[in-house]
Design a protein around this ligand. Structure first.
Ligand code: HXC
Length: 516
């Protein structure tokens, strides 16, 4: 054995594997405004914490001259490291090697990461930048994708799975990110679609650009496929690091704690006067959230999609929480198809990972109209209802203003086993809004009145006095207390503390059959 030569060989392999597809392709990657797979990992993980796995793995193909191009690593950098001191597994596709395309061995490396993440109860982050199935490998690469999808499905609810799209992601490849919990996209350089603009043109005669069809904006605003949108690779990776701080490493752990902070001072000072006198005037529910949660801790998820429903992570006295709230500034806070699905998926994530739910409610009901009815608001609204019903994490609700009709039940009411529900004095908890209710129940009286308008106003104020308030619900114990807005934070912190060891269970079953 020639030890010196062996050591030199190791050095040569290491150098080769660091270079990916070579300097020219790395330059092309940089010129396109993208970082390389290794640069992304360096930014994602704590300095010096990365341990690579499979750096010397090479493909086994011979077709189409592939045997003459065998890059160590085979187009994906995989391994583990830490983010803010906590372990994560990561894979990062290397576009400089065969366009990051997925071969049999490339898939095996990703599968290995997913298996290890599952076995060790550690989150997994996939940085996707790939031309899809390695065309030269044919069906073998399709099999590789399916192996990845299967593991993503098995890992769902066991460890958090985060996908960042940092280049192309087309064809069936989009289904791995779609199964994972959160998808990040980068403006201008990332795109996702099942079929690209050329196929779309052939089949439907629609002219659409790559960006319009599947860019970050399209998926953050129109389809809801992506949850976050960043200006560049570095911004995207910084957001992933931020998100991880709210999540436990696996489903057996509790939501993580960090240092507590006082809420935003300005927002907190405005709480008592935030809800307008007129029930038809909107206000910004995000101000309510900011005035109550730890200062600067609110990280909105899906910020640009279904803005009538707000979801995101925050902290209360240092504890990670999931916020679900109606937004009166958009569609008056009504529940619609997109908002219901958005809310349901977030509630299920929080429940799977032991993150307590804090709900802020101001909802006039479900959005009326043929578009909603024919689109299946019944089926989609049921998802949100179902998600709250089955959630066994600590769940608390604050009714700030409207809590009408079925939406009252859906939005984490006591009846579906919320742990602590409070209302502000401005709450209106009733079957429906004043005007609609009066028009229905007093139709005859109004029609027969000498001055119908005067009669209507009279009856409205009577109804308002009777029902558009929190007192009826409080009388029944449907809300545990009516509190000043400025008292809310303290009440919620105490409630979350007392229910933190809650042990609730759903009946034994193979699995549920939630409305899909
Ligand atoms: C093998 C590929 C590849 C692929 C790209 N390359 N995609 N090699 N298999 N799928 C290689 C190119 O040959 C090139 O090699 C290098 O990667 C960079 O590609 P370029 O075309 O030069 O880059 P760019 O102009 O940026 O275009 C990127 C691209 C384009 C839009 C992704 O490459 C492209 O359209 N690729 C094919 C995409 C595709 O149809 N994939 C199959 C989808 S079906 P050199 O040596 O020149 O650097 C699919 C099914 C999955 O994925 C199903 C799962 C169930």
């Amino acid at each position: 054995m020639n030890r010196k030569r062996k050591f030199e060989e190791l050095e040569t392999w290491r150098e080769k594997s660091q270079k990916g597809g070579g300097a020219a392709r790395i330059k092309k990657q940089h010129d396109a405004g993208k970082l390389t797979a290794r640069e992304r990992i360096t930014l994602l993980l704590d300095k010096g914490s990365f341990e690579e796995l499979g750096a010397l793995v090479r493909h086994r193909s011979h077709d189409f001259g592939l045997d003459k191009q065998r890059y160590p690593g085979d187009g994906v950098v995989t391994g583990f490291g830490t983010v803010n001191g906590r372990p994560v597994y990561v894979y990062s596709q290397d576009f400089t090697v065969f366009g990051g395309s997925l071969s049999e061995t490339h898939a095996e490396k990703i599968c290995n990461i997913l298996d290890l993440a599952m076995k060790n109860g550690v989150p997994v982050i996939g940085l996707n930048d790939s031309g899809g199935a390695r065309i030269q490998e044919g069906v073998v690469s399709l099999g590789g994708y399916a192996e990845v999808f299967w593991r993503n499905s098995m890992a769902s609810g066991v460890v958090p799975q985060i996908s960042a799209i940092m280049g192309p992601c087309a064809g069936g490849a989009v289904y791995s990110p779609a199964i994972t919990d959160f998808t990040f996209m980068v403006k201008g350089t990332s795109f996702m679609f099942v079929t690209g603009p050329n196929v779309v043109k052939t089949v439907t005669h629609e002219e659409v650009t790559l960006e319009e069809l599947g860019g970050a904006l399209a998926h953050n605003t129109k389809s809801g496929v992506a949850h976050f949108m960043s200006e560049n690779d570095a911004g995207c990776i910084a957001e992933i690091r931020q998100l991880l701080a709210y999540l436990p490493s696996n489903c057996e752990e509790k939501a993580p704690m960090s240092a507590a902070a006082q809420p935003d001072e300005d927002a907190a000072a405005k709480l008592d006067t935030l809800v307008p006198e007129s029930p038809n005037k909107p206000y910004d529910m995000k101000e309510v959230v900011r005035g109550i949660v730890d200062g600067g801790s609110f990280m909105e998820v899906h910020a640009h999609y279904a803005e009538n429903m707000i979801v995101g992570f925050a902290r209360m006295d240092g504890r990670s929480i999931g916020v679900v709230a109606n937004q009166p500034l958009s569609l008056a806070g009504c529940l619609d198809i997109d908002g219901s699905v958005k809310g349901a998926r977030f509630v299920r994530f929080c429940d799977a990972f032991n993150i307590p739910l804090v709900v802020f409610e101001d909802v006039p009901g479900f959005l009326p109209g043929t578009e909603q009815e024919w689109g299946g608001i019944i089926r989609h609204g049921a998802k949100l209802l179902y998600a709250f019903c089955e959630a066994t994490v600590p769940k608390v609700t604050v009714i700030t203003r409207k809590a009408y009709g079925g939406a009252y039940d859906v939005m984490n009411s006591k009846h579906i086993r919320a742990d602590y529900n409070i209302a502000w004095p401005t709450a209106e908890i009733a079957v429906m809004g004043v005007k609609g209710a009066v028009e229905i129940i007093f139709r005859k009286e109004i029609a027969e009145a000498k001055d119908p308008e005067k009669k209507m106003a009279e009856l409205e104020s009577k109804y308002e006095e009777h029902f558009a308030n929190p007192w009826r619900a409080a009388e029944r114990g449907y809300v545990d207390d009516v509190v000043y807005p400025s008292e809310t934070r303290l009440k919620l912190i105490r409630a979350l503390n007392i229910v933190q060891s809650k042990a609730d269970h759903v009946p034994r079953k193979k699995h549920d059959n939630m409305p899909l």
